[in-house]
Ligand binder design. Structure first.
Ligand SMILES: NC(=O)C1=CN([C@@H]2O[C@H](COP(=O)(O)OP(=O)(O)OC[C@H]3O[C@@H](n4cnc5c(N)ncnc54)[C@H](O)[C@@H]3O)[C@@H](O)[C@H]2O)C=CC1
Ligand SMILES: NCCCC(=O)O
Length: 474
């Protein structure tokens, strides 16, 4: 099994913070991997592993820090997102755990009266051992979104973080232990595809909940199908955000920024196809470009920073490649889209890019059709509601969508007609734990968050009770 190591001693080639404790958690404690083979280095996105004595100093002080701050800082160092966002992610994670802890006591079945005094009742029962496989964009939050409903329904969970972000899931395991979760009920195993495959194929696993790319999601589904395991798939997206001319433009621009630039644009539900009604296109572009240029990119640990570093070098290059291809296909770069080198010497090798707005886009361009997973907004003009809904739905994805308008009837009509698991009206990318989150079409199925997720982590037993004699046909 592969072990990811965030090993950042001065002079070493990786990262800046040394994590010496094992990152696997098994039977109630951190454990070393059984095999050291295939260990992979983990780079700090903001520095590419440059020596940062300030962080080494700070790490010594992590232990006494309140847990929220400590987890958020580690998340920033490991993932590259801004500390402002990471703190919100941790808040959403604990809110999710509290929410399902509350629901656990409210799990109930149904009583059904039958003829002759007989009756039946249903019981919600656990599935057994569930596997959670996480992506790198919301490492701690994804671990919470999967484990909280799983444990609330009485299951055990083995969670495998992305090998790019191995550091924080084990802290969640320690928090559960501290809160009284029995040893072995939440375990963390590190590794990549090989480890994920072993987990999906294990005969004692009852369910797999996966967050990541569509191609890997298909593999997870295939492997799970062989064992008739239940699956939740939270996959990618290319979500539409539709801005009508009667919108509150100020809010629509804010919504477009929220829809595109959180976590350096590496968010599955991002509204990256921004359809703007032609009448307001000039005003929209002027404002959105002004605001995008003002986004402070840089050291993700600074409170003032609004955009940090992308997850790794190949991913940064892939995102920049999408921008180059967009230009070749006729898009106009209104701002950003280039590698960004902060002036701070310790960040010069970090995986930063300037947030990008693309104009002159057409529906057939690669940047409009494919998930870029980076800070790149494609703006597309439209004339009518009917036309824009048809174009918005012309995708194999269906994770999220958004509409900005002051016309309440139109807002609900558009929400009804959009083929997506979520539609935001006059906002975008808020994640209250009380509401279900998940996809249509190739963005996956099953749901996370909300009451309905109980159904995805439990099975229903029907108990039929006879009160009279058995009616015998033989
Ligand atoms: N929906 C979402 O939230 C996310 C979507 N993505 C999309 O996926 C693309 C690639 O990101 P990756 O992290 O490489 O995603 P990925 O789909 O390759 O990996 C996601 C998780 O699946 C695991 N995995 C990989 N192969 C597996 C296998 N054969 N069996 C079981 N588990 C396996 C990985 O180790 C990781 O934990 C991104 O560029 C983006 O388009 C990535 C992260 C999050
Ligand atoms: N907070 C939203 C998480 C969405 C995602 O997993 O990309």
């Amino acid at each position: 099994m592969a072990q990811a190591i965030l090993d950042v001693m001065p002079g070493a080639s990786t990262g800046t913070v040394q994590v010496s404790d094992p990152l696997n958690f098994w039977a109630g404690k951190r454990v070393e991997p059984r095999q050291q083979k295939n260990a992979e280095p983990v780079f700090e996105p903001a520095t590419e592993g440059a020596f940062r004595p300030d962080l080494l100093f700070e790490y010594r002080w992590f232990r006494p820090l309140e847990k929220r701050e400590k987890i958020a800082k580690l998340e920033v160092i490991n993932n590259g997102k801004s500390i402002t966002e990471a703190l919100v992610d941790i808040d959403i994670a604990w809110q999710c755990i509290e929410y399902y802890a509350g629901l656990a006591g409210a799990l109930a079945g149904q009583h059904v009266q039958l003829p002759g005094g007989a009756f039946a009742y249903t019981r919600r029962e656990p599935l057994g051992v569930c596997v959670g496989i996480g992506a790198w964009n919301y490492p701690f939050q994804i671990a919470a979104w999967k484990s909280a409903p799983a444990l609330a329904c009485g299951n055990a969970m083995v969670f495998k973080p992305s090998p790019f972000t191995p550091v924080t899931a084990v802290i969640l395991a320690e928090i559960y232990k501290e809160a009284g979760v029995p040893d072995g009920l939440f375990c963390v195993v590190q590794g990549g595809a090989e480890t994920g495959t072993i987990l999906c194929q294990h005969p004692k696993v009852a369910k797999v909940s996966f967050t990541g790319s569509v191609p890997t999601g298909k593999k997870v589904m295939e492997m799970s199908a062989k064992g008739v395991k239940q699956v939740t798939l939270e996959l990618g997206g290319k979500s539409p955000l539709i801005i009508f001319k009667d919108c509150d433009l100020e809010n629509a621009v804010r919504g477009a920024l929220m829809a595109n630039f959180l976590t350096q644009g590496q968010v599955c539900c991002n509204g990256t196809r921004v359809f703007v009604q032609k009448d307001i296109m000039p005003q929209f572009l002027e404002e959105v470009v002004k605001r995008t240029k003002a986004i402070l990119v840089g050291d993700p640990l600074l409170d003032s920073t609004r955009m940090g570093a992308l997850i790794n070098k190949p991913h940064l290059e892939k995102v920049l490649g999408f921008v180059s291809q967009a230009k070749l296909q006729g898009a106009r770069v209104l701002c950003g889209g280039e590698r960004f080198v902060p002036s701070d010497p310790k960040l010069v090798n970090g995986y930063f890019m300037s947030p990008c707005v693309l104009d002159n886009c057409r529906d057939d361009m690669t940047c409009v059709k494919e998930e870029i997973f980076g800070p790149v907004m494609s703006v597309l003009p439209f004339d009518t509601e009917e036309e824009v809904v048809q174009r918005a739905n012309n995708t194999t994805f269906g994770l999220a969508s958004g509409v900005f308008t002051r016309d309440i009837s139109r807002a609900h009509r558009v929400a009804e007609n959009l083929e997506a698991g979520t539609c935001f009206i006059n906002n975008y990318n808020i994640s209250p734990v009380e509401v279900p989150f998940g996809g249509y079409k190739m963005s996956g199925f099953g749901r996370e968050n909300g009451q309905v997720t109980i159904e995805y982590y439990s099975q229903l037993k029907t108990v039929v009770v006879e009160m009279g004699d058995v009616d015998n046909y033989f």
